[in-house]
Design a protein around this ligand. Structure first.
Ligand code: AHG
Ligand code: MN
Ligand code: MN
Length: 334
């Protein structure tokens, strides 16, 4: 049996390998790990809310879903406030950016964009949810932190990852040097390295898209989905991006959230859904583009809650989708 490597040990070890490392990112990643354990504990109690009479629970499950969103948001913010290394947070749950209080004389280095609870509509039916995070560097240490400080391309982001609260709880992240996955061992309360150096298969048997919107997709997207059907690919769609992308990361496949009539620019958020998940997938050897065929990590964001379309997954399948769309658009013109 190989020796157990905890998340803390792994982060610290990797920090020591980098001569330029200051240990600041280590603190932020550790704080995310702590928040993930607290959120996990609460997510696991979701079904018990009415039995346990948790404060303010009332008896509406819809209410509980909202509470877990807010709970996760609060815990993430509280944990990210610990180190003093994070100046501000952009969260799906807050319209405005959140400035964190100063800790002693520490001058913060980072900004965090996060979706504290992804797939929250799944909570009350005991289906997997997640947390997504991206860690951004403060590019101008002298300037005030504003929305503009967050408007960086994904390729400039320092670290990205997610936590999946599934049949087991996993934290998967990258600092731009490969992707590693850690599984929470509840008996010791530690995330343990379980999936080192994750590589996405070049192809897979799955495609993942909300096919209920088929008639609302652009024609080339409809044709591509028909093509997936022709190939006998299996459709899997949980409605929690973290869970859908996680499956694809290990088994290969393609995940799409194209523009619809309701969401003409796509539904998913660029800063705290598309960019961190694209970082992870690219670092594992996959690809991520939008429906205009631009690399997600090359998009210059123009606002903090911006939405984007996304096609992400196994490299050969994303290439194929891209060629398919190009060919189809061309045949439309000629
Ligand atoms: P959130 O729960 O953070 O609002 O995110 C839900 C997102 C994403 O996780 C998922 O892939 C997508 O919304 C599902 O949307 P549809 O129900 O429109 O398919
Ligand atoms: Mn989400
Ligand atoms: Mn969310």
């Amino acid at each position: 049996m190989s020796r157990i490597v905890t998340l803390d040990e792994f982060i610290l070890h990797n920090e020591n390998l980098q001569t330029s490392s200051t240990g600041k990112l280590t603190k932020v990643l550790r704080d995310i790990g702590v928040a993930a354990k607290i959120v996990n504990r609460e997510v696991n109690k979701a079904g018990l809310v009415n039995i346990l009479g948790i404060e303010g629970s009332s008896n509406s499950s819809g209410d509980m879903v909202q509470k877990l969103d807010i709970f996760s948001n609060e815990k993430m913010i509280a944990c990210l406030s610990n180190s003093g290394e994070v100046a501000a947070i952009v969260s799906e749950e807050n319209e405005e950016l959140i400035h964190l209080p100063k800790v002693k004389t520490i001058k913060p280095t980072y900004l965090v964009a996060m979706d504290p609870l992804d797939g929250s509509s799944n909570i009350d039916v005991n289906v997997s949810v997640g947390t997504i995070f991206g860690i951004y560097q403060i590019t101008d240490p002298e300037a005030d932190i504003t929305d503009k400080s967050f408007l960086q391309k994904g390729c400039e982001v320092i670290a990205g990852g997610y936590v999946l609260y599934g049949t087991s709880t996993m934290l998967v992240y990258t600092t731009g040097n490969g992707v590693n996955g850690f599984t929470l061992d509840p008996s010791i309360g530690e995330f343990c390295l379980s999936h080192p150096n994750i590589k996405i298969p070049s192809r897979g048997n799955y495609y993942s898209v909300n096919q209920g919107y088929y008639l609302k997709f652009d024609v080339e997207m409809r044709r591509y989905i028909d093509y997936c059907n022709d190939l006998n690919l299996r459709l899997r769609y949980i409605g929690s991006m973290v869970s859908d992308v996680h499956r694809m990361l290990f088994q290969g496949g393609i995940f799409l959230y194209p523009n619809t009539r309701k969401y003409p620019h796509g539904k998913l958020r660029l800063l705290y859904e598309c960019i961190p998940m694209s970082m992870v997938v690219e670092q594992a050897g996959g690809k991520a583009i939008n429906c205009q065929l631009e690399r997600i990590l090359d998009i210059s964001p123009i606002n903090i809650h911006q939405r984007a379309t996304i096609v992400i997954g196994s490299p050969d399948m994303v290439d194929e989708m891209e060629n398919f769309v190009k060919r189809y658009s061309l045949s439309e013109i000629t």
